[in-house]
Design a protein around this ligand. Sequence first.
Ligand code: 5GP
Ligand code: ZN
Length: 136
Amino acid sequence: MINDNCIFCKIANGVISSNTLYEDEDFRVILDLGPATKGHALILPKEHAANLYEISDDIASKTMLLAKKMAAIMTDRLDCDGFNLVQNNGEAAGQTVMHFHMHLIPRYKDDGQNILWVPSKPSQEELEDIKNKIIK
Ligand code: 5GP
Ligand code: ZN
C-alpha cells in the first residue's frame, strides 16, 4: 500500500523523480539529498511501512541482501575506505521521514563525519539488570 501523504512512498514508486541507483519490484535505491558523504544513498521499499517494527519479514531480509549488494558495488565504484549501514526508528533515534529506509553511507579516510556514539561505563550490576529486562 502507498501512503498518499508520504514523500518516500512517492519517490519509491516514481511519482516524484529522484537520482535512482537501482530499482526492482520491491525497492528503489536513491541518492540522499542531504548526504553525509559522497554517495550517501537510501534503500526505500515501495510498500509503505513506517519503521522496522512494521516491515514484513520478507522486506526485512531483502533489505539486508540489497544493502550487501549495493555496498559491494558502491565500494568498488567509489573506492571508499569503509561503509556504514544506518537505520533509524522513531524520532528519539533520529528518524525524520516515517517510511522505513536504510542509509548506505560510504566512508572515506578523513571524511570528517562521525556516525558513532559516546560510550558509557555501566557496572556489571547495570549490565545484568538490562540483560534481565531484555531476556526476562
Ligand atoms: P532519517 O533521519 O529519517 O533516518 O533519514 C532521512 C533522510 O532522508 C535524510 O538523510 C535526508 O537527507 C533524506 N531526505 C529527506 N527528504 C528527502 C527527499 O525528498 N529526497 C531525498 N533523496 N532524500 C531525502
Ligand atoms: Zn511511505
